[in-house]
Design a protein around this ligand. Structure first.
Ligand SMILES: C=C(O[C@@H]1C=C(C(=O)O)C=C[C@H]1O)C(=O)O
Length: 258
């Protein structure tokens, strides 16, 4: 292949099993690989700085030519643990919610569920890098990724957003999927997808490489995060994308239906 395909992956622990397979596959030679937090990946794919990303699915409608490739992503069926609203007070008392600047999917999911599941009207606050320090009083916050896993014991109330989605809709949830913004060679996609699948066979090795005292990665990788975008996952994804108004998919706020 003349030009390498520029691939961007999520920089969190949740992606390590997929990367384990990719790094050890021949397909690695046909691509460049960078990592970033999800919101940044969306920006990079939209600006065509990369060709394919483990993209927060909420960003799909705003990116020209965006389409899912392969059968792997970051998904869940009930508790995901690393995506939650963290609060000092119970949900009934929450008045403001910070939206994690690293997220594109979970912040939309949170707004959807606050409106339709918890039936609350809250003020949304844009988060900066220090927003976790400002989650206090009746101000709660959406936190995702490794930072969420590290915070599980630091807050009195942790509302898992995938569990709430399941309770509200009965469906699985897809947070991120491999998405390209242009046609890529079929052979590349097939080998890339196979490399993802291979990585999932080596969870024990991934855990050994990533000591993490805050949460049991064995549970995280084997029970919380689900990596295969099977039919139930696609159904949940469909429902989520339909409930995001297309014109609002790039912005924050606005009414969402579910
Ligand atoms: C489960 C997670 O899924 C993620 C959440 C994303 C988002 O909210 O935009 C995007 C990619 C995934 O990394 C997590 O980060 O904890």
């Amino acid at each position: 292949m003349d030009e390498k395909i520029r691939v961007g992956a999520v920089s969190y622990l949740n992606t390590k099993p997929l990367l384990y397979g990719i790094e050890r596959s021949d397909v690695r030679h046909d691509m460049t690989l960078s990592v970033a937090y999800p919101a940044l990946l969306a920006q990079q794919l939209r600006n065509n700085e990369i060709d394919m990303a483990l993209l927060p699915v909420a960003a799909i409608p705003g990116i020209n030519g965006a389409h899912i490739v392969g059968d792997h992503g970051i998904a869940s069926d009930g508790n995901v643990v690393s995506v939650a609203i963290f609060s000092r007070v119970p949900m009934e008392e929450v008045t403001e919610v910070y939206l994690d600047y690293q997220s594109r999917t979970s912040v939309r999911l949170a707004q959807l569920l606050l409106q339709h599941y918890w039936k609350k009207e809250v003020v949304y606050r844009t988060a900066d890098e220090h927003f976790i320090d400002n989650i206090k009083g009746t101000t709660a916050g959406v936190i995702i990724g490794d930072r969420a896993l590290k915070m599980l014991n630091d807050f009195a109330y942790v509302y898992d957003l995938s569990a709430a989605w399941k309770a509200h809709t009965g469906l699985d949830f897809v947070f991120a999927a491999w998405v390209a913004n242009k046609e890529l060679p079929q052979g590349f996609i097939a080998r890339f997808d196979a490399a993802n699948a291979e990585g999932l066979k080596h969870i024990d090795a991934v855990i050994a490489e990533n000591p993490f005292p805050w949460y049991d990665l064995n549970v995280y990788y084997r029970e919380n995060i689900q990596y295969v975008l099977d039919e139930p996952k696609r159904k949940g994804l469909d429902k989520f994308l339909k409930s995001l108004s297309p014109t609002l998919s790039e912005g924050e706020g606005g009414k969402l239906s579910l």
